[in-house]
Design a protein. Structure first.
Length: 78
């Protein structure tokens, strides 16, 4: 035979909560957001450093090419 349904009391409706768990969750979310912002900033800075290094290497290659061209002109009288 079936049993009657359980009646819910006020204690069953409101689950107990730990105020420290809310603080921990907030701190965790804040740390995640901070890490995401720091990662975004680090990517932007890395991209800038990359382009600076590429420009420096390109400038160096052009300078060496110009110097080599001058020496070739001196040697062969072009």
């Amino acid at each position: 035979m079936a049993e009657p349904a359980r009646r819910q009391t006020a204690a069953d409706e409101a689950p107990p909560y730990d105020p420290r768990s809310i603080e921990r969750t907030l701190l965790e979310q804040r740390a995640r957001r901070g890490a995401r912002v720091a990662h975004k900033r680090a990517r932007r800075q890395a991209r800038i450093r990359f382009f600076i290094v590429i420009l420096a290497l390109l400038g160096g290659a052009i300078a060496i090419g110009a110097l080599a061209w001058q020496e070739i002109q001196k040697l062969f009288g072009l």
